[in-house]
Ligand binder design. Structure first.
Ligand code: FES
Ligand SMILES: [Fe+2]
Length: 427
């Protein structure tokens, strides 16, 4: 994305004179002297029309993880879920072991086939194991490959005009990849998942793919905020000031400011390896377990456009998926994973490690959840800040905001709008 000269509504000379006062309304809404790439207009967090466009242009055209293969271990296991835009889906492991995903919509008259009582999004109620999926409305049945296998009084009603073969389910592109996650893409025409990732998972190849992984933790939280606020917390570590845990085990330790960010194509971002000093937090200890290839107490991450993070802290992999619900509501699913070969004692060790930082009484995750709620509460149409500033440049290291800029470069490309001024079309 081209970097243009910023407007000079507020010059650095003037800033000195104004230091003793707040800003007037005009000044508050003025552009800061930074390039387009270094700030975003807050309407992209609050405008419902922009949100609807994001669902169509981004969320329905990108590869998204929907669960882990270990959550469907047996043939004919199924679970329900949903995608942005309130799209109901059902994920099924066939008799052949293949995991497939379908729209959870009956091709007859559009009833939800596997019924969800509490909305389309999130885990997996109902889930289970079944030979067929039956639509309750008129009794049509479908098997785990999406074939329609039963239409009551088929010949009597449709003669030779329609038959079961016409009435298969809509199958959604599904891949099992990068540590056994189930990835889906609603768009049949877009690039392969390999091309979409652009090699970023080479960085975690050994950790994710040497041994089978297993989910030991699941948390779902719905937060009144814009989804991008949450993803941003996984792409910049300047906000380590928020987390006592991160300050003690990271920021105050040698080497903390050397960590590197590497932007990848398609808006993805690699977060470099660092080593945490867990013993610096009173009562904590070194993490005895790791993943294959991961150094003791090591920490590395991958941020994926449009809202996924793989966060590997030595003994625990934390993977966050998001499903946006509206411009001011997001459902976040957090999974913790270890190795399938773990003994029960090792599993408990990983769960303890996970909980010290990311569990309900840990010292990190809920702090992010609070921050992104208060961001959304303050940035309201017509009253909040006009811009969010992403202008830190520190040679692509720990407190640099290159990860945010690479995200919004991709956002602008896909939306055909500048994130710094969404009224300006780029395509
Ligand atoms: S709507 Fe599903 S069987 Fe009629
Ligand atoms: Fe955080």
């Amino acid at each position: 994305m081209p970097i243009s000269n910023a407007s000079k509504d507020v010059s650095n000379d003037q800033v000195t004179a104004r230091e003793r006062t707040g800003r007037s309304a005009t000044e508050w809404s003025a552009r800061l002297p930074v390039p387009d790439t270094h700030l975003v207009d807050t309407r992209i967090y609050t405008d419902p029309d922009i949100f609807r466009e994001e669902v169509e242009k981004i969320w329905h055209k990108t590869w998204l993880p929907i669960c882990h293969e270990s959550e469907l271990p047996e043939p004919l296991d199924f679970r329900t879920s949903g995608l942005a835009g309130d799209v109901p889906i059902v994920i099924v492991r066939g008799r052949d072991g293949t995991i497939r995903t379908f729209l959870n919509v009956c091709p007859h008259r559009g009833n939800m086939i596997v019924r969800k009582a509490k909305g389309n999004l999130g885990t997996a109620e109902p889930s289970g194991n079944a030979d067929h999926m039956t639509c309750m409305f008129h009794g049509w049945q479908f098997d785990a490959t999406g074939r329609c296998v039963e239409i009551p009084r088929e010949k009597a009603g449709y003669q030779d005009r329609l038959c079961k073969a016409n009435m298969r389910l809509r199958e959604i592109r599904t891949e099992i990849a990068f540590g056994g996650f189930v990835w889906v893409n609603l768009d049949d025409q877009t690039e392969s998942i390999t091309d979409y990732m652009g090699g970023i998972f080479d960085y975690m190849q050994e950790e994710l793919n040497t041994e089978a992984l297993d989910v030991f933790h699941y948390q779902k939280v719905t937060i009144p905020t814009n989804y991008k606020y949450f993803h941003e917390t996984g792409r910049e570590f300047y906000h380590d000031f928020l987390h006592y845990h991160n300050r003690q085990t990271g920021m105050m330790q040698k080497g903390y400011f050397d960590r590197k960010y590497v932007p990848y194509k398609n808006g993805h971002c690699l977060i470099g390896l660092t080593v945490s000093e867990y013993k610096a937090y009173k009562g904590y200890a070194d993490r005895g377990l790791t993943f294959p290839g991961m150094p003791k107490n090591g920490w590395k991450g991958v941020g994926l456009f449009p809202g996924i993070t793989f966060n590997l802290r030595s003994s625990c992999l934390r993977v966050n998926f998001m499903t946006p619900i509206s411009e001011n509501k997001v459902m976040i699913e957090v999974r913790g994973l270890g190795l399938k070969s773990d003994s029960e004692e090792m599993r408990q060790r990983r769960i303890r490690d996970f909980n010290t930082i990311w569990g309900p009484f840990g010292r990190n995750a809920h702090e992010d959840f609070l921050a992104i709620q208060t961001q959304a509460a303050a940035v309201r149409p017509g009253s909040g800040a006009k811009y969010c500033v992403m202008a830190r440049e520190e040679n692509d290291t720990t407190h640099d905001e290159i990860g945010l800029r690479c995200y919004y470069s991709e956002w602008s490309r896909r939306m055909g709008r500048l994130a710094s001024d969404p009224t300006r079309r780029t395509a």
